[in-house]
Design a protein around this ligand. Structure first.
Ligand SMILES: C[S@@+](CC[C@H](N)C(=O)[O-])C[C@H]1O[C@@H](n2cnc3c(N)ncnc32)[C@H](O)[C@@H]1O
Length: 193
């Protein structure tokens, strides 16, 4: 029997990586909008390899340090540039030369696990950041967002994001939403046409 199966569907983070790997490849430039403990950053860094680039954002020094450690631990490439700032400042941080050249932007919303739950993403800045990333994404590029509804701010954020995506022009963007149980995190994929 082959070792291949569908266990990837059991865990949201694995499913997100599966979707990302469908389109991100060697030499691509990508954004990790919430680097946290660095698991997504490492995954992206390994996909794009030496010739690629990862712009990684987080508001917390602790998260940036954890991500750098994770990169060292995983022997990932030195292709990651970190910014300790709010992802709503992406447009001010990344050169406009990258507009239309980013393959994928990854948002894993919420708070850093086992850390201060008050430092959490919020709808105002998340929506601004998602919208700005859509300007940087190339045609057929992807903005992928994991939205959490299991805590108060997450629920508020998810309602605002759900409203925001309804406002996107369907001629310009294709949406795919992967939901399981009502109170579980869901994955939002915005593909630029
Ligand atoms: C669920 S964690 C991300 C997990 C991460 N992607 C990983 O692979 O480990 C969410 C992160 O978002 C960060 N965050 C919260 N508000 C933010 C903001 N406005 N801009 C950027 N990062 C933010 C938190 O500090 C936290 O580290």
């Amino acid at each position: 029997m082959s070792k291949k199966d569908f266990t990837v569907f059991r865990k949201t983070t694995k499913l997100v990586h599966h979707f990302i790997s469908a389109g991100v490849t060697v030499a691509d430039t990508v954004i990790d909008a919430t680097c946290g403990n660095g698991y997504d950053t490492v995954f992206l860094s390994k996909l794009v390899k030496e010739k690629g680039k990862v712009f990684a954002f987080d508001v917390q020094e602790k998260a940036i340090q954890a991500s750098k450690k994770e990169l060292r631990f995983s022997n990932a490439n030195e292709n990651v540039e970190f910014f300790q700032t709010c992802h709503s400042k992406i447009k001010k941080t990344i050169s406009p030369d990258y507009k239309g050249k980013i393959k994928c932007a990854v948002f894993n919303l919420g708070y850093l696990p086992r850390s201060d739950k008050k430092i959490v993403t919020s709808s105002e800045t998340s929506i601004k950041a998602i919208s700005d990333c859509l300007e940087f994404i190339m045609p057929n590029g992807l903005v992928i967002v994991t939205v959490y509804v299991g805590h108060e701010e997450g629920l508020r954020e998810s309602k605002a994001i759900d409203e925001y995506i309804k406002s996107l022009d369907k001629k310009l963007y294709k949406l795919r939403i992967i939901r399981s149980e009502i109170d579980e995190p869901y994955i939002l994929c915005i593909i630029k046409l």
